[in-house]
Structure formats: structure tokens, C-alpha cells
Ligand binder design. Sequence first.
Ligand SMILES: [Zn+2]
Length: 477
Amino acid sequence: MTYETVIGLEVHVELSTASKIFCGCPVTYGQEPNTKCCPVCTGLPGALPVLNKNVVEYALRTCLAVNCEISRITRFDRKNYFYPDLPKAYQISQLYQPIGRNGWLDIEVNGTKRRVRIHELHMEEDAGKLMHDPWEDQTLVDYNRCGVPLLEIVSEPDLRSAEEALTYLEQLRGILQFIGVSDCRMEEGSLRADVNVSVRPAGSNEFGTRTEMKNMNSFKAIGRAIEKESLRQIELLNEGGRVIQETRRWDENKDASFPMRSKEDAHDYRYFPDPDLTAVHVSEDWIDQVRRELPELPADRRKRYIGELGLSDYEAQIVTGHPVISGLFEDVYDLTKLAKDTASWIMGEYLQLLKDKNCGPENLSLSAEDLAAVVSMTAEGKVNRVTARKVLAAVIEDGVKPQTYIEQHGLAMVSDASLLEDTVRRVLAENPQSIEDYKNGKKKAAGFLVGQAMRALGGKADPQLLGSIINRQLSEA
Ligand SMILES: [Zn+2]
């Protein structure tokens, strides 16, 4: 029997507001444990929460960007459970009137388009963090993360493969970064997903029993976990067994998932409306204002880059991969008016630099003016691309200006035809064997001669001009 995999995702995003959702403590990462918390976020008796308006605004932005209907009255509820990283013994979340419902995102995988429906979007607070210390055989708790604002974005089970799930996540991450609500650093846990997987006979309309893997924070692990879990379920069904509804833990090192808890011992959270927080009334004016201030979304940018600037699908995809990259592309394009060249430099040298330095686009200091200078000089034939690469590296390492560096190092490209003609004549005279080879049909010999002439000119020759001179002199030899 052929089976179909059905996947739903619950995505948690930490918002990058300046302060937490219900108190004035700063939202930080990697600080000294328990230094960024107060009586409110650690739930001391008598402390009262006050809602951060920016969190609601970020949620509204996100609702609009993922096409959700916005609740005009939204409320907070208490989700009760005990765990050491949750000192209040309840999490303030939204169950009955979440801020957003019925949204969607369109994705495309291998030419097939699919609309992924979003069931709901709600605001909540994050819990603290436990650190298990196996050497001392003890567990430590850090409350700095308590009260960091979260959005939870719950999709319908509309995804059908690991590839679709990853495309959806990438698209969602791009949107969240572009609208400026989160840095979405998965390695720091600011974007994490609960993954629901079930299988059913192909063509069936009923859902199979699903399992859930919680708190996954790498695309690679999510893709792998979906593939392995659907295979596990299919094998189980083929052997006549049945899938049990349970939470499973993905072990990346073992490349397998293991049962954690079944439905029977699932929590009863005893949700009830939080009596400390009043309902939030969202006015039409507020929604209109947020809509007006919403930046252009990545999908719209891609369309514009393809339609107006002539980029290919692939180029547009890469340069809209991150808001900083897209911003750099736009600024360099404004200065150079060279869309293709700019895209080529960003996809080639710029991304390579990020990779070599193992840093994100927000951490590489490269001004649009400097990159634009390098792109223009190369396009105008003032330096060749190999030299331009050296210039770009020097700009980043030593903070010099491209023009200054080129002048100081005498790197301007040699386009002086008479100098090139002379050099080629000399190189040909020194390499009679290569001329012989070329005439006998070994066209590679021309490449060797180009290399020799280029070396004689210190690597600064205009490669096109040099090539044509060599070809002409060879045909005349
Ligand atoms: Zn606090």
C-alpha cells in the first residue's frame, strides 16, 4: 500500500522587543543567569503583569503578513502546569480568543504550489531554562528567559513531505525577519517548532494517529525527523501494528526518535482566563496603521526583482534570503544600477565571505558604497574580477576604501592595447612549442599562453582584451 505523510507545525518565535511581555526586564540572550528578571517574570507573590503594547503590535504585524483574521477583542489565559523552569506554575498564554485565526501561506515545492492554512496565532510568555550538569549531578535554573514574548503560529495539517515542511518554515522565517519581529536564530532557540506527523493510505480523507516531536530547533533535524517518523509509522502499519498517539523525542546523534509520554499521561492544563489581565481591544485604526507601516514582504520583493530588475528566480530567491542581504542588494543596486552584477557579487563573493568568517549578514561590516565601488569598477573594466576579490577582502579586513587600495597597490587593470600587444608578442616568441601545438589543433595551448601573458602583466590585464589579442596573434603566426 502507498502511504501519504501528513504534517502540521506549531512554530514558536521569540520576539525581539526591547522588554519582556509583562514586565520591564530586557529581552536578552547569553547573559549571566538570573540577572535579567524581576518579581513579575519570576512570579513572586503579589506581583502583577502589565502587557507590553509592542508585543501586541508585533503580533498584529505577523497576523497581517500571514493573512490571519485579527480578533478585535483578544484575551490571555493561564495554562497551569508545574515545572521548575516555570516559577508561577502557570504560563500566561491565549486559548479562547487568540489574536489571529484562519491565515495562510503559499509555498511552492518542485513546481507544485500549495496553500498552507494557519489555524491560529497567539501570544504567550516563554519559560526559563534548565541546565543539567551531569558532572555535579545537579540541575540549575536560569530565569532570564521567563517572560520573553513568544508568538505561536499553528498550521493546519496541510504539509505532505519534509521538503514542504522545510519550505514553509523557511518562508515563515523570512517573513518574520523582514517584518522585524524576530531574529529567528534557531541555534539560540528564538525559532523552534513542534512537529506533528501521521500517515494515511494515499487518497484517504481521514487522518491517521499522529505523534508529536517537540522543541526542534534545526532545519536539518526537522527534515530528518519527519522522514524517519513517517517511515517508522508506515512500517508499523504494514506489520499490522497501530500508531499510538504520543510525544516522541528526536535524538539527533542516534538519528531516531524515542517515546517520551503517551496521551494517557498528557497534561490537563486547566486553562482559565487570567484575572490579572484585561481584554485587549484592537481598533481598526491600529490595524490600519500597522498595515501601512508593514515593509515589503520577501515574496513581493522576489516578484519585483524578477519582473523589474530582470533577476532569475534563483537569484531573486538568494538575495531575498535575509533582510540584511536584501537591503544591501537594494542599496548597491541604487548606486550602480547593475542588478545582475550586484546579484552575482552577493551570491558569489559576499556569501563566501560570510561562510569563511562563519558569521551572519548582520555581523559583517561592509557598506553598500564600498561593495558598489567594487561592482562598478569590475563592470567598467577598471579591475578584473580576481583583483576585485582581493580588493573586497582588503576593504573588509583593513577598512580601506576600494579606490585607495587599488591606487596604493597599482592594481588598476591594464587595458593599454599596445602594452598588451607587445607583451603577447614576447610571450609567443618565448613559447614556439605552444604555437606549434595550437596549430596542430591543441586549443588548450592558447589558454596556457593567456596565463603566461597574464603573469607577465602582474595579473592585472583586461582578460577579454588579452584573450582576443592572443587569438589574433596566434592566427597570424
Ligand atoms: Zn521581569
